[in-house]
Design a protein around this ligand. Structure first.
Ligand code: DX5
Ligand code: ZN
Length: 219
């Protein structure tokens, strides 16, 4: 049985009306806030940093799921804990000592996530899966919202679900990028637990209703 959670990505929110969009998520059926932190080095884009996360945390009434798309994420583990992150996700490709990084995240009281780029095999997590609370499976190349979903993600989700079941861990599988009403159900059936949705939610005419529809589509 999988969890069935929706995490709207604020990257697609209206930054000039951020409080309004946060309140919309607070009032909606969404489960988490997904926050995308980009450094312009690990990914070819810069999103927002600590002062903005601090402002978001003051209004958000649901857990903060922070996705670090930055090199050398160990530098900021404590900072994001202080800012109120509930889950802190680092990229597999950005960590030389992933096991140590995961322990550091957990010792700060956060859930530890690992994100995988589309080219990174889920097999690489076999030896750390018992230490991972969440795998953020990138279904687009990280760096931008609004890209189209990579179809091979279904295979990767099934393969990862098998590893999680074999090792009998409680690791959640999160899908990030290009999620919409057309792929949500199939992703859940393949073994996903959490769906991140940016553009599909915030660029829709009625975001609260879109979240509700997405949630109902995966139940
Ligand atoms: C992409 C980010 C995603 C992004 C998803 O690098 O990690 O979280 O906001 O946006 P959509 O849902 O528009 O693909
Ligand atoms: Zn993300």
């Amino acid at each position: 049985m999988s969890e069935r959670l929706i995490a709207p990505s604020l990257l697609a929110a209206d930054f000039a009306n951020l409080q309004r969009d946060i309140e919309m998520v607070n009032q909606s059926k969404a489960d988490w806030f997904h926050l995308d932190i980009m450094d312009g080095i690990f990914v070819p884009n810069i999103s927002f940093g600590m002062p903005v996360v601090k402002a978001i945390a003051q209004h958000a009434q649901k857990p903060l799921d922070v996705h670090l798309m930055i090199v050398d994420p160990d530098r900021y583990i404590q900072t994001f804990s202080d800012l109120g992150a509930n889950t802190l996700t680092v990229h597999y490709e950005a960590c030389t000592h992933l096991h140590r990084t995961l322990q550091a995240i957990k010792s700060e009281g956060m859930s530890a996530g690992v994100a995988l780029n589309p080219h990174t095999s889920v097999d690489l997590l076999k030896d750390t899966i018992q230490d991972i609370d969440l795998v953020c499976m990138m279904s687009v190349n990280p760096g931008f919202g609004g890209q189209s979903f990579i179809e091979n993600t279904y295979n990767k989700v099934s393969a990862l679900k098998e590893i999680v079941e074999q090792k009998n861990t409680k690791t959640l599988i999160e899908i990030d990028g290009g999620v919409n009403a057309d792929n949500a159900k199939r992703l859940m059936d393949a073994g996903a637990d959490v769906l991140v949705a940016g553009s599909f939610v915030f660029k829709s005419a009625h975001p609260t209703q879109t979240i509700k529809d997405l949630k109902e589509a995966i139940v």
